[in-house]
Write a protein that binds this ligand. Structure first.
Ligand code: ADP
Ligand code: MG
Length: 323
């Protein structure tokens, strides 16, 4: 009797320890401390192309139900990391764990029901229509080749509507504007009905209005549909506005991780992007705005771009409010 009681107590303690291991204590979007659930993480991940090691010792955790922005200079390994986390590439060492299980040891269809990825620069075959493209997202659910169930069709319809692509459904993807095309690909990823969405540079090559359109859509999917979003973005100010969590990568190694206010700092900007930057609060939201003024390491950096004209003493300071 005593033994079984002890066994129960030990089991409960182990469960608590296990659950706590998968929680991340972090600052929430409103600045207050909150506990965030983790379903997806990497464990000592190393990734190579042939013999060239690109990423090493990568241990990152993706907060569930949040937007995470992966930032870093060109060639730093962001796409490589995203592709490996989405099971398009195999790691040379370590694991990508989803709910504690390695995704590389699971079947493609099994993983494709949990994770969808919009790769960098996706291309559709000539003449493929938006609804045909979006239908591809149902592949993990199809049993026979090309047979769409009633449910598949209704999810495709929902994805097209959710991305505002209704009026373009029968248009060829290659005849759409950049923003419309990007939304069509997002609709395809949505049709996969996954909790986790990876997007590699979803706003690159779009004008400002279309960038905001895509970011608003992702924000809506996160807030209304509780999707976990991991995106690579180049615009740090977009990252600060739309992401709850940021990961800054340099040469395949994490150099900063946390809330935008923790990552967008002069030191991390210098280290990761080789720039000198003023960081000021966004007047609308209070999140950090990054204003680069020179390349790092230049002795006369301040003068080169007229930095002397700025009265450094009067710079507004960041507050946690709205960050
Ligand atoms: N298919 C590939 N074969 C060999 N090297 C690659 C390949 N793709 C990317 N690389 C190299 O891996 C490094 C990281 O690339 P990538 O992950 O695309 O960076 P980012 O997305 O941050 O710009 C770069 O040095 C790049 O040249
Ligand atoms: Mg890339």
């Amino acid at each position: 009797m005593t033994m079984s009681l002890r066994t129960i107590i030990i089991s409960v303690l182990l469960i608590i320890i296990f659950v706590q291991k998968d929680m991340l204590s972090a600052q929430g979007a409103a600045g207050g401390a909150c506990t965030i659930m983790i379903r997806l993480k990497t464990s000592d991940l190393a990734i190579s192309y042939d013999d060239r090691l690109i990423v090493q010792n990568l241990n990152i955790s993706i907060p569930q139900g949040k937007v995470t922005a992966l930032v870093g200079a060109n060639g730093s390994g962001k796409s490589t990391i995203l592709k490996t986390m989405a099971r398009i590439m195999n790691p040379s060492h370590g694991n990508v764990l989803l709910d504690g299980k390695s995704i590389h040891k699971q079947s493609t269809k099994e993983v494709a029901k949990q994770l969808a990825i919009l790769p960098q620069n996706p291309t559709a075959p000539d003449g493929l229509t938006v609804s045909e493209l979006v239908s591809y997202g149902r592949f993990p659910y199809q049993k026979g080749f090309g047979s769409m169930s009633k449910e598949d069709k209704s999810v495709v319809q929902w994805s097209i509507e959710a991305t505002g692509m209704g009026e373009f459904a029968e248009r060829p993807v290659d005849q759409l504007s950049g923003g419309q095309r990007q939304r069509a690909w997002i609709a395809m990823a949505l049709a996969q009905e996954t909790d986790i969405l990876f997007l590699d540079e979803p706003t690159t090559f779009l004008d400002m209005a279309h960038q905001l359109e895509v970011l608003h859509l992702l924000q809506k999917l996160n807030e209304k549909n509780n999707r976990t979003i991991v995106m690579v973005v180049h615009d740090l100010n977009h990252a600060a506005r739309y992401a709850h969590h940021m990961i800054a990568i340099k040469s395949g190694v994490v150099r900063g991780e946390g809330t935008p206010i923790e990552v967008i700092t002069p030191d991390i900007m210098r280290d990761v992007f080789n720039i000198e930057a003023d960081i000021v609060p966004d007047p609308r939201t209070g999140v950090p705005l990054c204003l680069p003024f020179a390349l790092a390491g230049l002795p006369t950096a301040d003068k080169v771009l007229g930095g002397d004209a700025v009265d450094k003493g009067d710079k507004p300071s960041l507050t946690a409010a709205g960050a």
